[in-house]
Ligand binder design. Sequence first.
Ligand code: HEC
Ligand code: HEC
Ligand code: HEC
Ligand code: HEC
Ligand code: HEC
Length: 208
Amino acid sequence: MQIFPRELNLLPLVLGVASTLASIAVIGVVWYYFSPANLQVGYEPHQPIPYSHRLHVGQLGLDCRYCHSQIERSHEAMIPPTQTCMGCHDIVRKDSPALAPLRASWATNDPVPWVRVHKLPGHVYFDHSAHLAAGVGCVTCHGRIDRMDVVHVDQPISMEWCLDCHRNPAPNLRPPSEITNMTWQPDKTWVATADSVNPPTNCSGCHR
Ligand code: HEC
Ligand code: HEC
Ligand code: HEC
Ligand code: HEC
Ligand code: HEC
């Protein structure tokens, strides 16, 4: 003898599936909104001036360090000051409407309000200098910047990503003279070894 209609036998199963799906959705939403956009592949904020790495690096052939001049020394790679641009744009395309915010910055001394693309959370310690000295190239972490009109995040910047390389750095090392070269490929004379480097894999190495 049945008290409840037969269809209700499925109810516990339906409820179970529904609550599992609901908790997966909640985790997904929290994950999405709490993981900063600056760490996600493809994040490409709008910049105040249509500055193009494709043009300045890919076509004009400027070295990264012409503008990011402190990258091998300082903690911050530095976005170049207006003066670096004015070295050329005082003469080149000096009336271009695209450069109006640059001229305004030059006149007022206020920096151009460039929007930060990559940004690690405050609890993570990262310094370019040790990486560059060890021979990790810009392209390994930032992709083909020389082909980007607008810079975007190229690699999934996560703890796993850092650790993957730290556990096995050798394939990502190159001669230090080639760190800004976007097209360097190992040839027969290059032997990748990680003998002289010691990337941290312990928590306090990156969370200081
Ligand atoms: C002529 C100057 C200039 C040169 C040369 C240059 N950059 Fe930049 N770079 C900039 C400016 C200005 C910005 C800020 C605006 C933007 O993000 O596009 C920037 C931004 C960046 C960013 C994003 C920074 C952030 O906010 O996270 C990366 C990464 C970067 N450059 C890498 C490179 C690499 C790699 C090279 C060499 C292959 C290079 N740049 C050469 C001027 C330059
Ligand atoms: C070594 C010289 C040099 C430096 C340094 C330089 N530029 Fe340029 N820039 C050029 C040249 C050359 C062009 C292309 C001019 C043309 O197409 O006629 C150009 C073009 C541009 C354009 C496109 C202008 C237009 O009217 O379409 C923008 C925007 C620009 N640069 C921004 C910048 C910014 C911002 C900086 C500093 C981070 C900078 N440039 C540094 C040489 C330079
Ligand atoms: C090992 C990976 C790695 C390499 C190699 C690397 N970068 Fe970065 N870069 C990052 C990370 C991660 C950030 C975000 C740092 C932060 O938020 O503190 C970043 C941030 C930047 C920024 C933003 C501004 C700043 O001061 O941090 C610029 C500009 C930049 N990189 C340029 C370069 C250039 C140019 C090279 C090569 C000479 C290079 N990077 C090599 C990982 C790398
Ligand atoms: C593609 C390889 C690669 C990636 C990606 C990478 N690293 Fe490293 N890292 C290295 C190497 C190689 C060294 C060793 C330098 C040495 O021993 O001279 C190093 C050293 C370090 C050090 C110790 C040196 C110092 O500056 O005090 C820290 C901290 C560090 N990395 C943090 C990070 C963080 C955080 C990330 C991710 C956001 C990251 N790294 C991504 C290759 C990498
Ligand atoms: C090679 C560098 C590196 C090492 C070593 C490392 N972390 Fe991280 N950790 C990171 C980076 C980068 C992030 C930020 C990534 C993000 O927010 O997605 C992070 C984020 C975290 C977070 C915050 C998680 C979140 O979602 O915001 C915790 C907690 C954490 N790490 C704990 C640890 C512990 C515990 C260890 C040792 C077992 C450790 N980390 C070792 C680089 C590292």
